[in-house]
Design a protein around this ligand. Sequence first.
Ligand code: NAD
Length: 243
Amino acid sequence: MMNKLKNRIALIVGAGSGIGRAIAELYQTEGATVALADLNEESCTATIRGESSTHRVDVTSSESVEALVQAVIARYGRIDILVNSAGILNECSILEMSPKTFDDMLAVNLRGIFLTCRYVAPHMVEQKAGRIINIASQLALKGGVGMAHYTAAKAGVLGLTKSLALELAPHNVLSNVIAPGPIMTAMLGGVSEDWVREKEAALPLGRFGTVDEVAPTALLLASSPDGDLYLGQTLGPNSGDVM
Ligand SMILES: NC(=O)c1ccc[n+]([C@@H]2O[C@H](COP(=O)([O-])OP(=O)(O)OC[C@H]3O[C@@H](n4cnc5c(N)ncnc54)[C@H](O)[C@@H]3O)[C@@H](O)[C@H]2O)c1
């Protein structure tokens, strides 16, 4: 048991799987109490320890996000750290992409992050302290074939977070982005081994990352004094894909 986040309350959205789950595990190891939220609440249960709790949320619904934030505040009285890791991924050529496919992607991967920040930020401002950590992707910086909707959403997260960083800095609320490279999670479950081998060969480090290699960046951004000077930054645990 370490203590970098002792007595801190963290809300992690998308905590049921992959990167969000690894961050929830590390935060609890470091002493935080975590509200683990996901569309699939059941998937969060194995990860909780101590006073931590699970919550169902659909980030495409403002009512659902508002209810989540109210429930977490009612239970713990404050939110020190917000991590946004909920996301979806699918591939579609721009030549075939329907407006609905585009809208559905943005509803989760961009508007969902706006909503959680919108409802959590007033509490952080009132507390005069807070950390917001949004998970984007290195594809926001380089684009991707069949990924116009995904990369547009992820690039939107960068702009959103920089504006939050500027607007909330006077209230001692620090907002940053983590933009991982390819990480082996359920999100990549549908791709073939050939695809993985080809992509890995194109990476300077020659391999995909693991969730445990991303979570420490979220710990850095959440801790003090370690993360005290990071504001509006995009940190890239990405195997050297984007420099
Ligand atoms: N895995 C990668 O290679 C990679 C790379 C760069 C960025 N990312 C980003 O990291 C984040 C986490 O991805 P992951 O790889 O851990 O994926 P994952 O599929 O393992 O986890 C995503 C979680 O989001 C939840 N979720 C999906 N829609 C939701 C909704 N409407 N409301 C609430 N929760 C919802 C899912 O239930 C799931 O538990 C995503 O934003 C993803 O885009 C992943």
